[in-house]
Design a protein. Structure first.
Length: 453
């Protein structure tokens, strides 16, 4: 029996089941989050109408990007440093890392919020219909950064429920309840008031998560520790991961931002719904990545490439076929699905089909982003993301003025394909791992042929 087949048997029965069970448990909150997010967007699209929903969606997209920058990368580096310190019972460095991250985050977030306030106060006309919701949402710069950092830190401590429930389940529930109450009492809401509602809810979520983080078991004093000599490393890694995260976020959201410069708010709202529906195609990859990516990294560090390849091939089947079914059904019934949000949303059907195809490519190549970043090839991944982003921006600026939302979808899909295929090439050539569904199918066919002989 070949080493590849032995590896396949090693991972087939035990580890794959463990990963799937773990992904199901940890992913339950993710599924609830996606479901609530779709319900919230569905109802907001109905209640607000396309134009007001466009103002809301644009504002939240801008602040999600700005809030990511405000973390200064510490939300990403928390998963790099905290588990290491906890494993060595290094309570001192845990506390120092968290203190450094909090000071940095609050300083950067406050500076960004003041800068945006100055722009909105001095040149409000430059922001058009988005000026009021952007002004009302200014506290989100700090709140989103705090919540994101707290969530990732709690995840590093192993507190999955505390990490995800407040931000991904409680938040949409509270926003939905508050907007519904406002509708019942006032008879109507608009984008600025919904954004202000989100600010209030985020205050609650931030308080809950900060309390949970303060009670995390790794913060229990464990005697005196030597002064930290790793602050420069924290900054270096955090800024590097921030650049990667920001480029990835821009790749996913630059279409909505640029679209808002050229088209009415109603078209932004219509397109935003198509984007949210299309991302459902990649849900299987997101859920599997929760636990599968760390397992792949562990095997890589141990030099167990055959087992790593066997696991990657099995996971490729797990994530691709559900995504393909979603893409086919979503594309075929695009107009009907979008029509559920209102008749005006049917116009986004062609854009939704293009976005679904881009998402399907993302799923087809497998967890290449995680593997590139976590196996020491993040610099090459950074260059790929920067090139894909530049391509997407140029394409969006060229296509959106002529074709509107379909131009935005084409630009996004093109950037997504270049991004993921390039990362796949890096993983295949530098890591030596074939993660795509095509590799998995070919390996399965070849394995049957070998057994047949």
């Amino acid at each position: 029996m070949s080493r590849e087949r032995e590896a396949g048997q090693t991972f087939g029965a035990g580890s794959l089941v463990a990963i799937l069970r773990g992904a199901a448990l940890a992913g339950l909150l993710q599924v609830a989050s996606y479901g609530l997010s779709y319900v919230l967007n569905f109802l907001l699209a109905h209640w607000l109408g396309a134009a007001q929903f466009g103002r809301y969606a644009y504002t939240m997209t801008v602040y999600s990007l700005v809030g990511l920058v405000a973390t200064a990368g510490f939300s990403a580096s928390a998963l790099r440093f905290l588990p290491q310190y906890l494993a060595h019972q290094d309570s001192g460095n845990v506390r120092r890392y968290l203190a450094t991250a909090r000071r940095t985050l609050l300083g950067v977030a406050t500076a960004i919020a003041l800068m945006l306030l100055t722009l909105l106060w001095t040149i409000p006309g430059s922001f058009g219909a988005y000026a009021d919701p952007l002004l009302y949402g200014l506290p989100l710069v700090v709140l989103l950064a705090v919540v994101q950092f707290a969530s990732e830190s709690l995840r590093a401590f192993g507190s999955v429920f505390q990490a995800y429930f407040p931000s991904q389940v409680l938040r949409p529930l509270l926003v939905l309840a508050a907007v519904w109450v406002a509708l019942r009492t006032t008879g109507g809401v608009d984008a600025p008031h919904v954004v202000l509602t989100v600010v209030g809810v985020m205050l609650v979520v931030a308080a809950v998560q900060l309390i949970s983080l303060a009670r995390a078991p790794g913060l229990v004093p464990a005697g005196e520790a030597a002064p930290s000599v790793e602050r420069s490393l924290w900054w270096k890694i955090s800024l590097s991961l921030l650049a990667i995260s920001v480029l990835g976020a821009l790749l996913r959201q630059m279409d909505v931002v640029i679209l808002g410069w050229f088209v009415p708010t109603s078209e932004v709202g219509i397109y935003a719904i198509a984007v949210r529906l299309a991302t459902f195609c990649g849900l299987s990859l997101i859920l599997i990545n929760i636990l599968a990516a760390p397992s792949l990294l562990t095997l890589y560090s141990a030099g167990r490439k055959d087992e790593m390849q066997a696991l990657a091939s099995q996971l490729a089947h797990v994530v691709f076929w559900p995504a393909l079914a979603v893409a086919l059904l979503g594309g075929y019934f695009a107009r009907d699905i979008l029509g559920l949000f209102g008749p005006e949303y049917r116009a986004a059907a062609p854009a939704m089909i293009v976005l679904l195809l881009g998402q399907l490519v993302n799923v087809a190549v497998g967890p290449v982003g995680h593997l590139v970043d976590l196996t020491g090839h993040h610099r090459a991944g950074l260059y790929v993301r920067a090139f894909a982003l530049a391509l997407g921006v140029v394409a969006a600026l060229s296509l959106i003025p002529r074709f509107g939302i379909i131009g935005a979808a084409l630009a996004t899909a093109a950037a997504m394909v270049v991004w993921n295929v390039s990362l796949y090439v890096i993983v295949a050539t530098r890591v030596g791992l074939r993660t795509s569904i095509f590799d998995a199918v070919f390996a399965a066919v070849r394995g049957r042929g070998t057994r047949g002989t």
